[in-house]
Design a protein around this ligand. Structure first.
Ligand SMILES: Nc1ncnc2c1ncn2[C@@H]1O[C@H](COP(=O)(O)OP(=O)(O)OP(=O)(O)O)[C@@H](O)[C@H]1O
Ligand SMILES: [Mg+2]
Length: 333
C-alpha cells in the first residue's frame, strides 16, 4: 500500500503516551507482528538529543536540504477537538468520499484524526484499507454492546489517521437500538472515552436520518453536509436541517450545521454552476470556497483501499481535498 509522505513531522498525542490509543496500536502491532489493517505509520517521537558536554563547540547548522516543515504549533488548535458528523440522507452524494479524504488530508497536515464509520455499508472502512470481514470488534459492538471504542480502532496507511470500522451487523442496529437504554447517546458516551486523543473526529453517517445518524448528531458539535452539484441536490435538505434542529433542541445544544461542501462539481456544465450558486445564496458563509471536482480518480481510489492523497497525490481530487482540509481547519464560519 502506498504511503503518504507527510510534510509535517509525526504528531504524537499529548498526555501519557503509554496510555494513548496511538501507543496501544503500536503495541498491538508489535505483539502480533502484523495487523489486519495495513501498515502502521505512527512513528514514535524521536528522543531529544543529549545535551552537549560543557565547553564543546556549538553544533554546525543542519544542511539546508529541504525547507524545514512548519512546526505543529502553527496549526490552528484553539478550537479542538472538533467532532464533525458528515451527513446527508440522500445516498451517493459523497459523504464517505469526503470523510475518508478530508480525514486523510487533515491527518497529513499534522492533526490526529479518527474517522468513525457509522454506515453498515462499511465504505469508509474499506476505503481506508480495512477488511471488514476480519474484524474482531467493530462499531456494532461499540454501539450495541458497550465495547470500548478504543478496542475497535485500527490504523491506516496515513500517519495520524485512525479509523473505527463498521460491519454489516450495524444494519440491524437501527432496530436493535430501539429498546436500548440511552439509545441516542451510545456513540457520544463511547467517544467521551477517547475524544481527547484526537483533534478531529469525522463521523461518516449512513444515508438515512435514523437512529445511527441521530447518534452521530448527538455526539458531534458540527454537521458537515456534502451537496452534489446536480439537479435535485437541494431536495431533502430541509428535512436534514429540521432534524439537526430537533437533535439540538432535545439532545445536544451545541450542534449546528457548520460546513457545506459542494462535491462532484463539473466545470463543463452550467448546471454545476447554477446549483453551486443556489447553495451559496441559501447557506452563505457556511459553504466552503473550495469545491470538489467530479473526477474518475476519486471514484477509483476506494477500490485500492486508499485515500486520494495516497492513490494519486497530484490529481485534481487530491489537491481539492488538501485545500478543503486547510479551509476546514481554519474553523467554521
Ligand atoms: N468528486 C467525485 N468525483 C467522482 N466520483 C465521486 C466523487 N465523490 C464521490 N464519488 C463516487 O460517487 C459514489 C458515491 O460516493 P460516496 O460513497 O462518497 O457517497 P455517500 O454519500 O457516502 O454514499 P452512501 O449514501 O451510499 O453512503 C462513489 O462511487 C464514489 O466513488
Ligand atoms: Mg457512504
Amino acid at each position: 500500500m502506498a504511503r503518504v509522505s507527510s510534510s509535517m513531522p509525526p504528531e504524537e498525542p499529548s498526555g501519557d503516551p503509554s496510555r494513548s490509543i496511538f501507543a496501544e496500536l503500536r503495541a498491538r502491532d508489535e505483539s502480533t507482528g502484523a495487523t489486519t489493517s495495513g501498515p502502521m505509520t505512527f512513528a514514535p517521537r524521536p528522543a531529544p538529543p543529549p545535551p552537549p558536554p560543557p565547553g564543546s563547540p556549538p553544533d554546525p547548522p543542519p544542511a539546508a536540504v529541504e525547507p524545514s516543515p512548519a512546526p505543529p504549533d502553527e496549526l490552528r488548535r484553539d478550537n479542538l477537538p472538533r467532532v464533525i458528523a458528515i451527513a446527508n440522507q440522500k445516498g451517493g452524494v459523497g459523504k464517505t468520499t469526503t470523510a475518508v479524504n478530508l480525514g486523510a488530508c487533515l491527518a497529513d497536515i499534522g492533526y490526529r484524526v479518527l474517522v468513525v464509520d457509522l454506515d453498515p455499508q462499511g465504505n469508509a472502512s474499506t476505503g481506508l484499507g480495512i477488511n471488514v470481514r476480519e474484524l474482531e470488534t467493530s462499531m456494532y459492538d461499540v454501539i450495541l454492546h458497550d465495547a470500548p471504542l478504543e478496542d475497535c480502532i485500527e490504523g491506516t496507511a496515513v500517519r495520524n489517521l485512525l479509523v473505527a470500522p463498521s460491519s454489516l451487523d450495524l444494519a440491524g442496529a437501527e432496530i436493535e437500538l430501539v429498546p436500548a437504554f440511552s439509545r441516542e447517546m451510545r456513540l457520544k458516551n463511547a467517544l467521551d472515552q477517547v475524544r481527547d486523543e484526537f483533534d478531529y473526529v469525522l463521523i461518516d453517517c449512513p444515508p438515512s436520518l435514523g437512529l445511527l445518524t441521530v447518534n452521530a448528531m448527538a455526539a458531534a458539535t458540527e454537521v458537515l453536509v456534502p451537496i452534489q452539484c446536480e439537479y435535485y441536490a437541494l431536495e431533502g435538505l430541509g428535512q436534514l436541517i429540521r432534524n439537526v434542529a430537533l437533535v439540538q433542541k432535545n439532545l445536544n445544544r451545541d450542534l449546528r450545521v457548520s460546513t457545506i461542501v459542494l462535491v462532484m462539481y463539473d466545470a463543463r456544465t452550467k448546471l454545476s454552476d447554477q446549483v453551486a450558486q443556489d447553495v451559496r445564496d441559501h447557506f452563505g458563509e457556511k459553504v466552503c470556497r473550495q469545491v470538489i471536482p467530479r473526477t474518475v480518480r476519486l471514484s477509483e481510489a476506494p477500490s485500492f483501499g486508499q485515500p486520494i492523497i495516497a492513490f494519486d497525490p497530484t490529481s485534481r481530487g487530491a489537491l481539492a481535498y488538501r485545500e478543503l482540509a486547510k479551509e476546514v481547519s481554519r474553523g467554521p464560519a
